[in-house]
Design a protein around this ligand. Structure first.
Ligand SMILES: *Cc1c(COP(=O)(O)O)cnc(C)c1O
Length: 229
């Protein structure tokens, strides 16, 4: 087994151990390898290790990689990054999942393009759980109203929330971000929205803590593919 296959195995073990610590089942946590900046040949190594969905944060790269990996049966992509409306067409055409929905304008444009393609898309709403100015995403308190306003867009399957936590060595502050996410998700569920289960939170540096605080999707780049150049 190559280096990437071994890294996938090691991340899976760490996911299982984190689940074990809090009495969760590893099957409740989806590993989403993030292949941004990683070439198609190295993505194939992760495919050989059993990964079939990959996260990308630039649409140009999504287009190029979809093309280069066209022969891989069952391969799909999740778009993680902030999206400009002029890139919506490619996402509607190629992505299986969009994790960075943060405006109604974008939702309307995505829905329009998806209707035209005859497709549906799983979407997660991006939340600014840390309150940092530099972050995209909605304040947690705005999430229930925002999700309610997405109801008319029937090409969007609204499945949950995504965040980038505070990049801090203080685990308590990071955990607070994750807890705010869980509260925001539960607030939406209480309004009666069905299938609103997903909490995409946790990256290479904080995924075990995220799992301990309820993550259902961990987005892992460097711990699988190594440092990005
Ligand atoms: C790059 C990226 C990741 C992965 O980060 P690592 O630290 O490499 O695991 C996760 N989520 C988003 C939105 C990203 O852009």
């Amino acid at each position: 087994m190559g280096e990437i296959g071994a890294a996938v195995g090691s991340v899976r073990q760490r996911i299982a151990a984190a689940c074990d610590r809090v009495g969760r089942e590893p099957a409740e946590v989806r590993l989403l390898p993030v292949s941004k900046t990683v070439g198609p040949d190295r993505v194939r190594e992760a495919v050989a290790a059993g990964c079939l969905r990959f996260g990308e944060n630039r649409v140009q790269e999504l287009v190029a990689k979809s093309d280069a990996l066209e022969d891989v049966v069952g391969l799909s992509f999740a778009v993680l990054g902030h999206l400009q409306t002029n890139k919506v067409r490619d996402v509607a055409r190629l992505a299986a999942e969009f994790q960075a929905l943060d405006s109604l304008r974008l939702a309307a444009e995505l829905d329009r393009r998806l209707q035209r393609e005859g497709r549906q898309l799983d979407v997660l709403v991006e939340v600014n759980s840390s309150g940092e100015d530099s972050k995209f995403g909605l304040p947690p308190a705005d999430v229930p109203d925002f999700v309610r306003a997405l109801a008319p867009f029937d090409a969007l399957r609204v499945r949950g929330l995504m965040t980038l936590a505070l990049p801090s060595p203080d685990r308590r502050l990071v955990a607070e971000c994750f807890d705010r996410m869980r509260q925001a998700r539960d607030a939406v569920r209480q309004t009666g929205v069905p299938d609103f289960d997903e909490l995409s939170m946790g990256m290479s540096g904080d995924f075990e803590l995220a799992i301990e605080h309820g993550s259902t999707v961990v987005r892992i780049g460097r711990a699988i593919f190594g440092e990005r150049r």
